[in-house]
Design a protein around this ligand. Structure first.
Ligand SMILES: Nc1nc2c(c(=O)[nH]1)N[C@H]1C(S)=C(S)[C@@H](COP(=O)(O)O)O[C@H]1N2
Ligand SMILES: [Mo]
Length: 445
């Protein structure tokens, strides 16, 4: 596939593939491949010349070309080869270095339990330095906290039951890079997701110990990271969850990830983990929890942050704050983690395919695969989660009758019958909740 990409780069096209990603996809198609769309742009019809150009860029013919939707950039062109320089991390793609933001290529998320070195990093500010975990204190307070208290990590460990749970964390902006028109923020592709095992105490045990007032509605967090401006009075982020989410048995105050100290960039020495919701509710470098008698009003709680329009809006719309709602449970989604996009396989050979699927607070009920651009689908075997709010492994295999360029597409459905969309769903001002199907490229020789 490397050679396919190189050939693509050398092709006599009028615009580059990277530039094309920024355009209206149907217009990009026309410029790149001379592809004609129907007036609604729903299906593309590659002229013979366009088909040849696309085939040449990919390095082979496309047996299912007649099903290839308009505006669909072949998965083979996705860049996935940047290297991480964050200590303790391996193979992550850096989106930003101040603050650090780095995502994981899909093939490095193949493990059922995401290893620490492959867990993505999403920072809004600068991580604290020179941390002494033994001196670290967590304060619990707020107007609806009956008995404010402060705990060292050792005290949390001694006073409350220690639990280990595998919990999926996905950034609310994962997939943002695909919205057209582009939404501002980190241009995540698919890798701002992971599902490590966290060890700590239940948030509810700590809150109950401190006493939750009858008027409590929300729990907010504050971390020890610093605002990019350096101003100590500003918080980079201070979000939270409604009291019901905070009191779920899976909501943790954690100090370990996969049996080791939390990596610095993932919140060492203490963090909140509320799986299934946007990662932004899981406060890192956790210093202070506040039990609130109103929706927490910390940094990035108000629109446009981590909010989406209550009703669908036209792409590019300006949406008044009053018409935005705070994102809660994340939508159903899946990843193909094996094989790696771009592999070569021989015609007729059996190819194992596997990955994970998750659905916010819900369960995934099924995963389907397609090798003909969505014309036909076959079910994969889906495992139960290790525990509630952990992603679910799925596996299947495919076989290709003819040589050429193929894509494998995966589509998950949750227990309420909601399915992933094929294309980018509901445009929103900040580019959240893109749960479009993941797809990978395969060359059959
Ligand atoms: N204190 C603090 N907590 C934070 C953040 C942050 O910048 N500071 N980022 C949030 C966001 S937006 C996400 S997606 C997750 C990412 O967790 P990770 O970096 O461990 O993958 O942490 C959340 N918790
Ligand atoms: Mo996030």
């Amino acid at each position: 596939m490397k050679s396919g990409r190189n050939r693509a780069a050398r092709g006599a096209r009028r615009i580059s593939l990277t530039a094309a990603q920024r355009l209206d996809p149907i217009e990009a198609d026309r410029l790149l491949w001379g592809r004609e769309s129907d007036p609604l742009g729903r299906r593309g019809f590659l002229r013979r010349s366009g088909l040849l150009a696309l085939g040449a860029a990919l390095g082979s013919a496309i047996p299912h070309a007649r099903f290839l939707p308009a505006g669909l950039m072949p998965a083979a062109f996705a860049a996935d080869n940047a290297l991480s320089e964050i200590p303790g991390k391996e193979g992550l793609i850096i989106l930003n270095d101040r603050p650090w933001n780095a995502e994981t290529p899909a093939h490095l998320l193949d493990d059922s339990v995401t290893p620490n070195r492959h867990m993505f990093v999403r920072n809004n500010g600068l991580a604290p330095e020179n941390i002494d975990p033994d001196a670290w204190r967590l304060e619990v307070a707020g107007e609806s906290c009956l008995r404010p208290a402060s705990f060292r990590i050792a005290e949390l460990r001694e006073r409350f039951e220690t639990v280990s749970l595998q919990l999926q964390l996905e950034c609310g902006g994962n997939g943002r890079g695909e919205f057209v028109p582009a939404a501002s923020g980190n241009q995540w592709t698919i890798g701002a997701i992971g599902c490590p095992e966290f060890t700590g105490v239940r948030l509810r045990d700590v809150l109950n110990y401190c006493g939750i007032g009858a008027d409590a509605v929300y729990v907010g967090y504050f971390g020890a990271d610093t605002h990019l401006s350096g101003d100590p009075d500003l918080d980079p982020i201070s979000r939270g969850v409604p009291i019901a989410k905070a009191l779920e048995r899976e909501s943790l105050i954690a100090w370990r990830m996969n049996g080791e100290d939390l990596p610095l960039q993932n919140g060492f020495p203490l963090r909140l983990v509320c799986g299934g919701w946007p990662g932004s509710v899981s406060g890192k470098w956790l210093r202070r929890l506040v039990v609130r008698n109103q929706v927490h009003d910390g940094e990035k709680m108000a629109p446009p942050s981590y909010t989406v329009p209550r009703l669908p809006v036209a792409p590019g719309s300006r949406v008044p704050d009053a018409e935005m709602r705070i994102i809660e449970s994340m939508p159903v989604k899946s990843l193909i983690t094996f094989p790696r996009s771009g592999i070569s396989i021989r015609q007729g050979e059996r190819l194992d395919v596997r990955g994970h699927a998750w659905a916010g607070d819900d369960l995934v009920s099924s995963v389907f695969l397609s090798i003909d651009f969505g014309a036909t689908w076959l079910p994969a075997a889906v495992q139960s989660p290790a525990n509630r709010l952990a992603w679910q492994d799925w596996s299947s295999w495919v076989q290709f009758a003819e040589p050429g360029y193929y894509e494998i597409w995966a589509r998950a459905m949750d227990s309420a019958g909601r399915s992933q969309p094929m294309v980018v769903p509901g445009w929103n001002p900040r580019g959240y909740l893109n749960n479009a199907c993941h797809r990978i490229a395969v060359q059959v020789t």
